[in-house]
Design a binder for this molecule. Structure first.
Ligand code: SAM
Length: 269
């Protein structure tokens, strides 16, 4: 089992190129071959002004966001996928062969970033993606159509609420809302543009995570894995919610060395 998440410099520079192209409306070749003229300079300063003054995230201006190799539709009302979640996706990839997970559940799918990424990597898997926000699901469905995926379905659901009985999955992933409510006030002002439902993890940041954990016996196959995106702040409290006889826990860190992913494995009975 490999634990490191590889940093892909090509991926990082691709993201930078997309961003420059978006801001300028010009292809990178033109920018690099001396296209940095007065008009271009003016555009760059206008966009950075909008970003600075309004703190409006660029993806809400352009309607596009990038997640690993995906280009996704976004807009106000849906969470903008983040690089931290790319760490989760790559950690999952590190743990499975391409034929391995057959039934995957993504809880709180937002734009569908994780679900779509995994549906493209694990072609034999059936992916279910749930969200409590109908707006988010509209974006997710549009994004799945864009990639012509037939192995993915979207369900409006409060965590497992709308699933049939104890539908079982061998892989569950989630980037749930996990910011403790009182931390939200201190958070980056740019976050105020994003749906509160996507961020607010309740008084201790663990409200949705508790619901996810409570349903594991019913929805996760024995030996199956849950990968959760978390912040270092909630890593230890999360550990306290697990039952050591039933769950194994492993943390994974991001490139800055911060705990970002909790891998919880359901033990065989
Ligand atoms: C932090 S966002 C993550 C979105 C996406 N997975 C990503 O990583 O970009 C959390 C998502 O969980 C959804 N959500 C919040 N509470 C939920 C609940 N009780 N049941 C299902 N989804 C929920 C929000 O609507 C939001 O889309």
């Amino acid at each position: 089992m490999r634990k490191s998440v590889p940093f892909d410099p090509a991926e990082a520079s691709r993201s930078l190129i997309y961003r420059l192209e978006e801001i300028t409306g010009k292809p990178i070749e033109e920018i690099l071959t001396g296209g940095y003229d007065g008009e271009l300079r003016e555009k760059l300063s206008k966009v950075s002004l909008a970003e600075r003054e309004l703190e409006l995230p660029l993806p809400y201006l352009t309607g596009r966001a990038y997640f690993l190799d995906l280009e996704l539709y976004v807009g106000p009302g849906v969470f903008i996928p983040r690089p931290e979640t790319e760490v989760l996706a790559l950690t999952v990839l590190d743990h499975f062969d391409e034929n391995e997970p057959r039934r995957i559940l993504d809880i709180g799918t937002g734009t569908g970033a994780l679900a779509i990424y995994l549906a493209r990597r694990f072609k034999k898997a059936e992916v279910t993606a749930v969200d409590l926000s109908p707006v988010a699901l509209r974006y997710a469905e549009a994004n799945a159509r864009k990639y012509s995926l037939s192995n993915i379905r979207f369900v409006l659901s409060d965590v497992y609420g709308a699933l049939h009985g104890c539908e079982k999955y061998d892989l569950i992933v989630s980037n749930p809302p996990y910011i403790p409510r009182n931390e939200l006030k201190k958070a980056d002002p740019a976050l105020s543009w994003e749906p509160r439902l996507a961020l607010d993890g309740g008084p201790d940041g663990l409200s949705v995570i508790r619901k996810i954990l409570r349903g594991l016996d019913c929805h996760l196959t024995p030996g199956g894995s849950l990968f959760l995106e978390i912040s270092p702040l909630i890593a230890r409290p999360l550990e306290g919610l697990l039952i050591p006889e039933r769950h194994d826990l492993e943390f994974h860190r991001d490139l800055d060395g911060r705990i970002r992913v909790a891998h919880i494995r359901r033990r065989y009975p």
